[in-house]
Design a protein around this ligand. Structure first.
Ligand code: ADP
Length: 415
């Protein structure tokens, strides 16, 4: 089956076309046929499209809304210019898998989309006011352009974390607030944590029940996940993606009293404070320069920039703090897994995070670590060390495509 994987943001649309079915999943032989990104939907949009094995095509064109953007993608997909094998007409797109950010407590696994599911995703808008409406736009657009006969599946960022126990997900605020408003920790990046946990099991030859690991998704957004017997036991993002680790522009954990103090001292409104914590904090806020880890490392190396070093040091220490917390929560941990743009590509950051953790049985193999970048996958700790360290590039799109097939075929999910 050709699956169109869609990830719609408020003014962006990211897609992939993946050929997969139950047999290809078993053989790990799925084929990524094309990918692309449209940004700045609603004005002069930037379009980047690429069929597998061909050079990328970049264009600027006005696209009014998500429907116009998807229409553009679909026309390109079936064109001879794109030349994607096996895709000549709309009938060759067999199903659509959507990344949906928030499924609250309602959606604990991926589901075939019908009117009830759409209503359920709408009901979660309160919890994800920026993301869920954009995801819904993608669902409506796909329904209009491909017709109701093409099945669509929703894959939620939150659902992998639905196995967290109350002790992990409850905030210690009056319990009735959880009852009344569902204020609790949900966790995000679930598709990524779930994918790398699955790959770890394949690489290490473990059954799901034997999989006790800590996964670290370090990209622009960052989160850690404590995985116990193959299921999410705790994660660092909370009610929103703001909690936890230091990220590109989000500060992660902080004392909530700072909000009132800021409002008072700086005369800021709640929405200005929200903007400050989401868009001006983290690596950007600490360094005063950039949210881009690569640039910070360059500044530190080439100009000995003190604030860049500080930002990176705070980032690494926060990760270490969560590793310590999750080791204590899980009791036994076989491996730590790095993923995301930073986790997959920065040997330096991995080494700095793990520095000083030798007492836990972590020993990084420096040459192997240096080599494990640019999509490579494998162990970076020394052979035989007590707590292993792995790098596993994430592939959320593949997992979305596979879940889509399983939901359409009504087949059980095995991981
Ligand atoms: P997103 O969360 O938006 O998907 P990514 O997972 O692509 O983001 O991660 C983006 C981050 O990864 C940026 O901070 C970028 O600087 C960082 N990154 C990518 N390559 C490297 C590298 N070689 N060294 C250090 N950081 C890197």
């Amino acid at each position: 089956m050709n699956i169109l994987v869609l990830n719609c943001g408020s003014s962006s649309l990211k897609f992939q076309i993946v050929e997969t079915d139950l047999d290809l999943i078993d053989k790990n032989a799925d084929v990524q046929k094309a990918k692309g990104l449209i940004e700045r939907i609603g004005s002069q949009s930037l379009v980047a499209l690429q069929a597998a094995g061909k050079p990328p095509v970049k264009q600027a064109t006005p696209l009014r809304d998500h429907r116009a953007a998807l229409d553009y993608v679909v026309r390109w997909m079936i064109s001879t210019e794109a030349g994607i094998p096996g895709i000549q007409s709309l009938a060759d797109v067999h199903a659509v898998g959507h990344r949906v950010v928030h499924g609250a407590e309602k959606f604990t696994k991926s589901v075939l989309i019908d009117d009830d599911v759409i209503k359920g995703i709408e009901d979660c808008i309160d919890l994800a006011p920026l993301h869920n409406p954009a995801n819904l736009k993608g669902i409506y657009a796909a329904r209009t352009l491909l017709g109701p006969g093409v099945p669509q599946v929703a894959i939620f960022d939150t659902s992998f974390h639905s196995t967290m126990p109350e002790t992990s997900y409850l905030y210690a605020i009056p319990y009735q607030l959880y009852r009344r408003h569902k204020i609790r920790r949900y966790g995000f990046h679930g598709t990524s944590h779930r994918y790398v946990a699955y790959r770890f099991r394949q690489l290490a030859g473990r059954e799901r029940e034997e999989t006790n690991i800590i996964t670290l998704h370090l990209g622009n957004g960052c989160s850690a996940c404590a995985i116990k017997a193959g299921a999410s036991f705790d994660t660092s993002m909370g009610f929103t993606p703001l909690e936890g680790l230091v990220m590109g522009t989000r500060g992660g954990d902080l004392d909530p009293s700072i909000l009132e103090f800021l409002a008072h001292k700086e005369g800021m409104s709640m929405s200005e404070i929200d903007g400050l914590l989401n868009k001006q904090s983290g690596l950007l806020g600490l360094s005063g320069l950039t949210n881009d880890m690569r640039e910070l490392l360059d500044e530190e190396r080439e100009h000995q920039d003190r604030r860049s070093k500080l930002a990176v040091d705070v980032f690494c220490q926060r990760v270490r703090k969560y590793i310590g917390a999750y080791l204590a929560e899980l009791g036994y941990v076989e491996a730590i897994v790095f993923t995301g743009g930073i986790g997959e590509n920065s040997a330096v950051i991995r080494e700095r995070i793990c520095a000083g953790l030798e007492f836990l049985g972590i020993e990084i193999d420096t040459p192997v670590n240096a080599h494990m970048v640019g999509g490579r996958e494998g162990e970076i700790s020394k052979a035989g060390c007590k707590l292993k360290v792995f790098v596993i590039p994430t592939n959320e799109e593949l997992l979305i495509a596979r879940d889509t097939v399983r939901c359409v075929k009504n087949a059980p999910r095995r991981w």
